[in-house]
Design a protein around this ligand. Sequence first.
Ligand code: LMR
Length: 398
Amino acid sequence: MFRSVEYYAGDPILGLMDKFSADPNPNKVNLGIGIYYDEEGVLPVLDCVKTAEERIADPISARPYLPMAGLPGHRSACQNLLFGKNAQVLTDGRVATIATLGGSGALKVGAEFIHQWFPQSKYYVSDPTWSNHIAIFEGCDVEVGTYPYYDKASSSIKFDEMIGFFETLNKQDIVLLHPCCHNPTGMDLTKAQWDKVLEVIKQRELIPFMDIAYQGFGEDMDSDAYAIRKAVDMDLILFVSNSYSKNLSLYGERVGGLSVVCPTVEETERVFGQLNFIVRRIYTSPPSHGGRVVDIVMNDDALYQQWVSEVYGMRDRIKAMRLKLKSVLESKLPERSFDYITRQNGMFSFTGLTVEQIEQLQTEFGIYMVSNSRMCVAGLNVNNIDYVANAMVKVLKD
Ligand code: LMR
């Protein structure tokens, strides 16, 4: 009956996590999945989240279904964070936002919407990108292509090629963009480069789909949203998926949002209705717990400020690890340049190690990185960084 069902080879990132968990090596280091671990190698519960949890801790409260779009306070939290509190586009009522099951859930609902309402549009992702950017859209029968983005040889962005490619695209083609902390390369556009990209998008009447999963881990909350806010200033229509997995350290709660910036209030209402309908057809409504935490933290001034400083603490620790890794590697391999490590932003560093070198790190040292050479710098700490640096030196020399 099921003999024609294909085997699933497993996910390149989640599968690595399972392999890491099963590894008996006492020195093993997980630099695969994009998860922030603290200086002790522990997955943190943020203090602002602890306070929110205490406020929720009410064992007798009723558990009704949430609205299809999620809690109003979760939705407004997404809007304020992405577009800026009191942004004109929000007071105009031109943003349709729903709470989603993490960033992946936002991408899925967005992909379903595009499949149904923009069936002629092709969808382009950066080469390389996060594997789920491709899988989710292909799973919704949207045709997926890639645009030039990263040059491995020079560890830099192929900006002119990217612009040249966008100039060949058709009206209403979709381009998936990472507003900050590009996954997997860590290489972001400058503000001037964003201006140019958005100009071409406007000229060609393309549709930007911005996926922001690391807001606050690049420069700061506002600078990391530069591309989103600039696109709004330029009157572009825009999809934005956002995730609270990393910046609220709420990975398992699956909290995120999907926002669509529309030209008019009337169109916003239509889009909002269809987003609700898509949710109803897939899972009816989101679960309540994570949404309540987001609502409490983001809508209480003191907790919000506490949250921002906790995110900046994580950001700064990752930056310190980048500096340290670069300096150890440079001292041991002075003939090579490791500048790229500190030019990259967010959790990831694209190391340029070969598949064989990555394999050797895993089997010989128990150090896990994604096979495309992506290292999660947020898994480094003072206790393991020398071990990792020495192992990298060994495989680079072998
Ligand atoms: C990652 O890129 O490692 C994270 O976004 C986790 C995931 O779901 O792949």
